[in-house]
Design a protein around this ligand. Structure first.
Ligand code: FDP
Length: 333
């Protein structure tokens, strides 16, 4: 740093610094990660104007998950696809909004990576201009596109999320801790605001859709009861309707988010490959964890692209208690 000059660790500079520290790295991951920064800036600028430009609301179609597609879901998906068409080392993209993986024709199958994205997470919040996010995962392209996609979460090369709230944030891990950047709109760059983010081992936030309590499977109800019976003020309920926003709060304050299986959703609601596995990597790298209640999320062998799993993510202590509630239920029959 030149004396007298302010030091700003922008995302690009951070990625180059990291690349220099890993002599074996050829800069390819830096290029892919840099594109997530570009995507974040573009989606953020749409979000800032969404209410003014009538970009909120439905398109009238349903996606492969049988969910209503919002205009910004489509816009977000197109922004991700366009960004990676220009990165020749990305061979294919999986997205919540696309029934099948998109093999990027111009890159052939010679790419080095596959990326998996939930372009807009928490999209029902869009109707009322509340916080939403994007989730991403980077995997190696080894063998066929399908084989590369259906790898366990533990083999992810990097993962992270963007959050479009009071500020736009980019949080990612490439297996060496969790790094958090905030978009400085004055200079149009993501700037490091927390390096090596650590999740408290125990927290006081619980995030879940308690409106579904009556249809949850029994272990999840038992776990929730245990939290609610703690001393006055021990746990606070915080549920925004956007997984990214709830996880972000738990990342800093500790606690647990859970979306269990229920009567209408025997396999849970959240998608393994582009929601649960990437966020599990963030939680694990920050000292926390993620589980279905019966199995660590990063150990699950995926069976299909849009597979759903029951999901809990958060601090070490609360995740242990969540697993105890589930495994105890099985032991006791
Ligand atoms: P959404 O369907 O709005 O995209 O990704 C699924 C997700 O949101 C999570 O972000 C969120 O935590 C959860 O579903 C909300 O589901 P409920 O409305 O059923 O609580």
């Amino acid at each position: 740093m030149v004396e007298g000059r302010e030091s700003r660790m922008t995302l690009d500079r951070f990625l180059v610094k990291r690349q220099r520290a890993h002599s074996e790295a050829g800069g390819e991951l830096t290029r892919v990660m840099g594109q997530f920064g570009v995507v974040g800036k573009i989606i953020s600028s749409h979000m800032r104007r969404a209410a003014l430009e009538a970009l909120t609301g439905l398109t009238g179609s349903v996606n492969v998950q049988h969910e209503l597609v919002r205009k910004l879901d489509e816009v977000g998906n197109a922004i991700f696809v366009e960004a990676f068409e220009y990165v020749d080392i990305v061979g294919a993209i999986v997205s919540e909004e696309m029934a099948e993986p998109l093999v990027i024709a111009s890159n052939g199958t010679s790419g080095k990576y596959v990326i998996l994205v939930d372009p807009i997470d928490g999209s029902s919040n869009l109707d009322v201009d509340c916080v939403v996010g994007s989730i991403f995962s980077i995997r190696s392209l080894k063998g066929s596109v399908e084989e590369s996609i259906l790898q366990k979460g533990e083999s992810q090369i990097a993962a992270g999320y963007l959050m479009y709230g009071t500020s736009t944030l980019l949080v990612y891990s490439a297996g060496d801790g969790v790094h958090s950047f905030v978009l400085d709109e004055g200079i149009g760059e993501f700037v490091l605001n927390h390096d090596n983010v650590r999740m408290p081992d125990q927290g006081n936030t619980m995030a879940s859709n308690f409106g579904n309590y009556g249809i949850w499977e029994e272990p999840a109800r038992r776990f929730a009861d245990t939290l609610r019976k703690q001393g006055k003020g021990r746990y606070s309920l915080r549920y925004s309707g956007a997984l990214v926003a709830d996880l972000h709060q738990i990342l800093h304050k500790g606690g647990i988010y859970f979306y269990p299986e229920d009567e209408g959703r025997p396999k849970g609601k959240l998608r393994l490959l582009y929601e649960c596995a990437p966020l599990a990597m963030i939680a694990e790298q920050a000292g926390g964890g993620a589980t279905t209640g019966r199995k660590k999320v990063s150990d699950i062998q995926p069976e299909s692209v849009h597979q759903r799993v029951p999901f809990a993510i958060g601090s070490r202590y609360e995740i242990e208690k969540y697993e105890e509630a589930h495994l105890g239920a099985e032991v006791n029959g």
